[in-house]
Design a protein around this ligand. Structure first.
Ligand code: ZN
Length: 78
């Protein structure tokens, strides 16, 4: 899993985050961390992934909207 903001490698257990994220509101960073963690449990952005996000972070949709509306956003988070 790789995007502009971060990626995770299930084989090595490493999660990588873009340093540009330091410019984002902390709540958005939390969303990205939870998102990447959820990929350990579910690789794809399917219904199960959405349910995991709902469970871990019920307000993730508004955080995603904040992130995608931010000036630096060049890529939409799914
Ligand atoms: Zn993802």
């Amino acid at each position: 899993m790789k995007t502009k903001w971060g990626s995770c490698n299930r084989e090595t257990g490493h999660i990588w985050f873009n340093v540009e994220l330091a410019k984002k509101p902390p709540a958005c960073l939390e969303y990205i961390v939870v998102h990447e963690m959820a990929h350990y449990l579910q690789r794809h952005h399917d219904d199960r992934f959405t349910k995991l996000m709902d469970k871990f972070m019920p307000n993730w949709r508004s955080l995603r909207a904040q992130l995608n509306n931010a000036p630096l956003a060049e890529e939409q988070w799914p």
